[in-house]
Design a protein around this ligand. Structure first.
Ligand SMILES: [Zn+2]
Length: 489
């Protein structure tokens, strides 16, 4: 045993104590990120350094989503990070929505610029300038493009992954000949996102339409995925917008239809960001740290050989290698044979959220078995080595499923339906969570509800489109929708 090494690891790990979720959720979240080596602070306020363990999650998100985008006919392209300031001003709602958080470049190359350049907060305007050139006839449609990149929004209150000044994302931008096609595309991409977050990130979401005040600046309609975190606050996980012809008119993106008439195109844009990593931390994490859903985890399993002497180390590590080689190619594994006490090695991988830990001690090698430890439940399962590979694959599927079911149950248990303002306020004060309530549809009521309770309309859920002849919880007038309210990130 190397004492110096052990001491170093002990001290480093002890530095990051994870606060209990029940005591201070916000601090717990920051501690989990530090302990899991997901992200670090940066010298630029509001920006973060994504560490290898966090970036690997993002790469997995990219890999899966990119395939889903391509399978639905989209291609990737890349547009500049700088946008001439005049472009942003072309769509009135859009510029109004983004102005307060723009970063603008005045000087470059030692000179004052003739026209200021905006660091993209989103790329509609720069991309649609190209679309205006590329689209001439109905034969050029649809245009189905996605971009992977970064954007900058000068946020006042920031939190790693959830809200940072610069963040990574993808943004899809499409152009179509008709409203119906654009609407179909916007909903299709919402469904792609839902499938992805449920099946890969094991998040439970409600999908629906945003209210007028919450929709994207410049959109006709915004569709959203909303998820409930363990502190009973909502997190918007992704959005898909039907932009109508607003940008087409501002950027003069027109085409000759089959009858030879000149028409404006119908557009959509849609995006998800590194915020999804924040969602998975706050949904699945526990007092020991982050819990990674297997399908998105940097590693699926880690082998921890246990030994008392050099000979045992050699033997048990070799056994780990043999078992690792027996696994299917898609299983991502690692052998941790560092000269550190097993307990400290367990501790580190728990904090990184690795779904399975495989303990291989002298006894196990003797009996030709290994011990599988589940990160999600802590359960230990002894498996004969002849079944090892099959059991690992099966276990990873079980963990993935368990995480989703746990998240779904949490959401269901914390979704309430109310009919009166008193009940609404009481719930916000005591329990939080999702609250379904009838709403008249007026901006004014929505604003007052927000002012008094900090709860916002997360969406009008698709499955709640008809308000059952009830009255708006705030003003008492005839309700138009049943809206999903929550305090949100
Ligand atoms: Zn009302």
């Amino acid at each position: 045993m190397n004492n110096k090494q052990e001491k170093k690891t002990t001290v480093e790990d002890a530095k990051i104590k994870i606060k209990k979720r029940s005591e201070n959720f916000s601090q717990w979240y920051l501690d989990v990120i530090a302990a899991g080596k997901l992200a670090d602070y940066s010298p630029v306020r509001g920006c973060m350094v994504i560490m290898p363990n966090g970036y690997s999650v993002w790469e997995n998100i990219q890999r899966v989503l990119d395939k889903m985008f391509k399978d639905t006919g989209h291609k990737n392209a890349y547009f500049p990070i700088f946008i001439p300031e005049s472009f942003l001003k072309k769509e009135a709602e859009h510029v109004k929505g983004f102005s307060p958080e723009l970063a603008v470049v005045n000087y470059a190359g030692g000179k004052k610029l003739e026209e200021k350049l905006v660091v993209r907060p989103t790329s509609e305007t720069i991309i649609y300038d190209s679309y205006a050139k590329w689209i001439q006839s109905w034969r050029d449609l649809p245009v189905l493009i996605n971009q992977w990149g970064n954007v900058v929004r000068w946020e006042m209150k920031t939190k790693p992954f959830l809200r940072t000044t610069e963040f990574l994302w993808q943004e899809g931008h499409t152009a179509h000949a008709t409203y119906e096609e654009a609407e179909k595309e916007a909903l299709q991409m919402l469904n792609v996102y839902q499938k992805f977050v449920e099946e890969y990130l094991a998040l439970s979401v409600v999908i629906g339409r945003k209210s007028e005040s919450e929709k994207f600046a410049g959109a006709l309609d915004t569709y959203t995925l909303e998820s409930l975190m363990q502190d009973k606050k909502a997190l918007q996980c992704g959005t898909s917008h039907n932009l109508g012809q607003n940008f087409a008119k501002a950027f003069d993106i027109s085409f000759l239809d089959q009858e030879g008439n000149e028409e404006y195109v119908w557009q959509t844009s849609w995006g998800v960001s590194t915020r999804l990593i924040g969602a998975l931390i706050m949904t699945h994490g526990d007092d020991k740290g982050v819990v990674m859903p297997p399908r998105i985890s940097p590693l699926h399993l880690v082998f921890v050989p246990i030994w008392k002497n050099k000979e045992e180390k050699k033997k048990n590590t070799k056994e780990a290698q043999r078992l690792a080689e027996s696994l299917p190619e898609e299983v991502r594994s690692h052998i941790d044979d560092r000269d550190i006490r097993p307990g400290w090695r367990y501790y580190e991988w728990e904090r990184r959220g690795t779904p399975l830990r495989i303990e291989i001690g002298p006894n196990d090698v003797e009996k030709n078995q290994s011990v599988l430890v589940r990160r999600d439940t802590g359960e230990k399962i002894t498996v004969p080595n002849k079944d090892f590979s099959r059991k690992v694959v099966q276990m990873l599927e079980i963990i993935q499923k368990n995480l989703f079911e746990r998240a779904k149950k949490m959401q269901e248990e914390n979704t309430h339906t109310v009919e009166t303002w008193e009940d609404f306020c009481e719930l916000i004060r005591t329990k939080g969570g999702f609250i379904k309530a009838p709403w008249c549809g007026l901006d004014d009521c929505e604003a007052k509800i927000k002012e008094e309770t900090k709860a916002t309309i997360r969406c009008i859920p698709f499955d709640e489109s008809s308000a059952k002849k009830s009255c708006c919880i705030y003003c008492g007038k005839q309700a138009r929708d049943v809206a999903l309210f929550a305090q949100a990130y």
